[in-house]
Write a protein of this length. Structure first.
Lengths: 152, 220
């Protein structure tokens, strides 16, 4: 009577986003490991979270091995540091062969080059910005881009 | 080489820059420490940019596309990786080199397409060469570090001397590939008697290399 195949997910960075994803996936019955360099961050996890916690620096291979990242179905790299996320995502995908990997990258300019390398990235800056634009702003003009048309 | 970009700060970048400048190379430094960039700008005949070297806009400002090399020597391995990848892929800098602090990252970066060097490894190997076993002449990792090849000269204290190769219990996946005896190379068979003064070429996996070495250099 299994409804959904449960996945093994490793989440790197247990800030607000990392903990939110961990709590949600844990509730949905997936197996989780959360890595953070500070044990204080684990206080963001809810009491229903039933996965593992590893305190350590995710740029050290030893820490990723401890988390059994090579067995993961999904790795989410969501520390506060773009470059840590990009490095962890590449190690997970290119070296450990994790099939699904996503890195959070705050700086949009930095994101581009990694798409050409086949690394999935999500940029909260552009996601939020585009959403605000789509929800609250009317297009200023139907004229093609090339300068701000004076609306008045 | 005409133009080089150094990303990092402190004494390392200061002295590296001095060397490059002395050779007539034009140096641009990117430092993310305001005090440090002020100091470097005062002390050196170099262009100093205060900012994050892993930010493509900063690399753009330093005219990275016109540079011959980018050297990323910040104390953070992840920054050095991203700096080198953006420099190589986005700005087509022909030579990029990253410093790694965690020696494990040397191989990881190589697999991700970035040449890296580890000061930890360099210093450790310098010290080993000075103080290590006198018997071990060369130690060579092959096949991307999956196989270790070492040349060992046997002293008369070694327990294996006087015994046939087949009587010596060696760990799995290890092999005596060659023996050099009085300057003559010979391919050993099981019946070959090992003698003091033999130089033997050992092939082993990195994980059993230590055990193989003890088998041949141990004195009990």
């Amino acid at each position: 009577m299994r409804r959904v195949e449960s996945m093994f997910v490793v989440i790197v960075g247990c800030g607000r986003s990392g903990a939110y994803i961990a709590n949600r996936m844990s509730r949905e019955g997936h197996h989780l490991v959360v890595i953070d360099s500070s044990s204080d961050a684990f206080e963001n996890l809810s009491p229903v979270y039933s996965g593992f916690r590893i305190e350590g620096d995710a740029t050290e291979m030893a820490v990723l091995s401890q988390a059994k990242m090579d067995k993961a179905d999904l790795v989410v790299a969501t520390t506060a540091d773009d470059n840590v996320n990009l490095m962890v995502a590449q190690i997970a995908n290119k070296i450990l062969g994790v099939p699904k990997v996503v890195a959070r990258v705050f700086k949009p300019e930095r994101e581009k080059i990694y798409q050409t390398l086949g690394i999935d990235t999500l940029c909260p800056t552009t996601l939020f910005g585009d959403l605000v634009g789509d929800l609250y702003l009317e297009p200023a003009s139907t004229a093609p881009a090339g300068g701000d048309e004076d609306k008045s | 080489m005409n133009r080089i970009i150094l990303v990092g700060g402190g004494k390392l970048v200061y002295f590296l820059s001095r060397q490059f400048i002395a050779k007539g190379i034009s140096v641009t430094i990117i430092s993310d420490n305001r005090e440090d960039s002020r100091y470097l700008a005062r002390q050196l005949q170099a262009t100093v940019v205060f900012g994050d070297g892993s930010d493509p806009q900063i690399l753009e400002e330093t005219e990275a596309t016109l540079s011959d090399a980018v050297l990323a020597v910040t104390p953070r391995d992840q920054d050095n990786l991203v700096i080198c990848q953006i420099a190589a892929l986005q700005f087509k800098v022909p030579r990029v080199l990253a410093l790694v602090n965690d020696p494990d990252n040397e191989e990881i970066f190589r697999k991700l397409g970035v040449t890296a060097f580890s000061t930890t490894n360099i210093i450790a190997s310098l010290i080993e060469q000075k103080t290590g076993f006198d018997e071990i002449v060369g130690l060579l990792p092959m096949g991307g570090g999956k196989v270790t090849v070492a040349e060992v000269t046997l002293s008369d204290k070694s327990v294996v001397c006087g015994r046939a190769l087949r009587e010596i219990s060696m760990p799995d996946n290890s092999l005596v590939a060659f023996i050099l005896r009085n300057g003559t190379p010979l391919v050993p068979r099981g019946s070959t008697i090992i003698l003091a003064g033999d130089r033997i070429l050992l092939v082993a996996l990195p994980e059993n290399y230590g055990a193989v070495l003890r088998t041949f250099t141990g004195d009990e």
